[in-house]
Design a protein around this ligand. Structure first.
Ligand code: FAD
Length: 427
């Protein structure tokens, strides 16, 4: 099926990737229908009014720029210059992310970002959003989508036109591809979970420096906090599910109090609502999803978390999903039929998404443990000094966060690499 013989494309999921992709496809002249299981997020308060944020870096910025929405997003993005590491004794110090002033990452509200992307897509005459529509997978014996209207319970099939599934880490479309033996999937759950908490303003002002990503690294676990435009911080506790120092043990207010008082006393002092939030907020799970076979002919494609969910420790899941959108758009200029396009997309992206999955897992150890190690700090300073002398010697972290022109697989392989804090030197 040639690209030009098709007028319409279905997208499953109006999350971050789905709404950005809708804009890019509409710009190429396709009539885009986006099916989303939730109600329209623009009409609701997200997460019961809680702010949840994400780190936006160069790869994500590139995707937003391509779609013409970067300016709108930058209005609520807060630059973070580096990690502010809080030691046990209360001492806190900035470890800058990059060697140049522009090498910052941004804290953005997930719900605001999603709303802006949906708004921008909705402004285009050839994009239609259908909220409250749950995708059940592929229709039996067909390559169309089977949908259920969540309001009426009515079950129907979409038009048989290419469908791109951006329905997230638990993708129903991916399940169908696996059931048809088109795809294989390996899910590797992490044995650490997370919980989001709040650091409210103090006397109307942010309680911490807003231009950094705060980390309280404690070896086997950590607390982090990112700033929000309303002067709050969203703090996230990453901790083992079971065993010593685990969520399982934090089963009473006294246990939570004692744990925070002993491990995070400086953060505890900034969290007046800790006990209520701890027991009201959900405990989230994390993991990596490795999929092979992202497409079914030219009819179906998985993209974003649906194809390759990763753990959040490099702050790259969304950035990588936006890079997927930009790459699909680029490949549309090179391919004339959908099957060839989808195949080329998987071929181009899979080595990169596998690489960032690995680097994201490695970065958990760096964040919760290595940042405290004097040897790590010495090597980091050395790598930065080298990069200042020769801009081609780029540390791996900077390649991932600030150099979208360097593919993830090259960052992992150590091309362009300064004497790295990760070991093997390979300029
Ligand atoms: P999603 O954003 O999950 O969107 C999927 C959409 O599909 C949703 O709207 C959902 O409602 C809809 N949907 C799902 N199933 C169906 C169905 N059957 N039918 C119809 N609709 C459906 N990434 C970063 O880049 N930086 C960060 O700092 C960062 N921090 C993170 C922190 C945490 C704790 C977690 C868990 C993730 C973090 N991520 C981060 C990763 C990021 O959230 C994801 O990679 C990103 O949201 C993927 O976008 P997506 O559009 O593929 O999926």
């Amino acid at each position: 099926m040639s690209l030009s013989s098709v007028s319409g494309v279905n997208i499953v999921g109006a999350g971050l990737a789905g709404s950005l992709l809708a804009i890019l496809l509409a710009r190429r002249g396709f009539k885009v229908t986006v099916y989303e299981r939730r109600p329209d997020p623009r009409l609701m308060s997200a997460n019961g009014g809680r702010s949840i944020n994400l780190a936006l870096a160069a790869r994500g910025i590139r995707g937003l720029q391509l779609a013409g929405v970067l300016e709108r997003v930058m209005k609520f993005a807060i630059p973070m210059r580096g990690r502010i590491v809080h030691e046990h004794d209360g001492a806190a110090a900035l470890q800058a992310y990059g060697v140049r002033p522009e090498e910052v990452i941004y804290s953005v509200s997930r719900s605001e970002l999603n709303r802006v992307l949906i708004d921008a897509a909705d402004e285009m005459p050839n994009v239609a959003f259908r909220f409250g529509q749950l995708c059940l997978g592929l229709a039996y014996g067909k390559n169309a989508l089977e949908m259920r209207d969540e309001g009426t319970g009515h079950i129907y099939h979409t038009d048989a036109q290419p469908s791109i599934a951006t329905d997230g880490a638990g993708s129903a479309v991916r399940d169908s591809l696996v059931a048809r033996e088109v795809a294989t999937v390996r899910e590797e759950p992490l044995d650490h979970d997370y919980k989001e908490l709040t650091i409210p303003p103090r006397d109307g002002k942010p309680a911490l420096d807003v231009n950094g990503l705060h980390i309280w690294p404690r070896g086997g676990f950590m607390l982090i906090a990112l700033p929000n435009p309303d002067a709050t911080f969203t703090a996230t506790l990453f901790l083992a599910r079971t065993g010593a120092n685990s969520f399982e043990q934090l089963n009473s207010p006294a246990a939570v109090e004692a744990f925070f008082a002993s491990e995070f006393p400086s953060a505890r002092a900034l969290m007046p609502d800790l006990l209520r939030e701890f027991f009201e907020h959900p405990q989230g799970s994390l993991g990596t999803v490795y999929t092979k076979g992202w497409h079914l002919n030219g009819d179906v494609l998985l993209l974003g978390d649906a194809a390759h969910a990763i753990v959040p420790f490099h702050g790259q899941g969304m950035n990588c999903a936006f890079e997927d959108c930009a790459e699909l758009d680029r490949l549309m200029g090179e391919h004339h039929n959908w099957a060839g396009l989808f195949e080329a997309f998987e071929h181009a992206r899979k080595p990169n998404t596998d690489a960032i999955a690995q680097m994201a897992l490695e970065n958990y150890v760096e964040m919760r443990e290595a940042v405290l190690d004097p040897e790590y700090r010495r090597k980091k300073a050395e790598a930065e000094a080298l990069e200042k002398k020769d801009p081609n010697l780029i540390p791996r972290y900077s390649m991932v966060m600030f150099h979208p022109e360097i593919p993830y697989w090259q960052a992992l392989a150590g091309f362009h690499r300064a004497r790295s804090v990760h070991g093997d030197a390979k300029p």
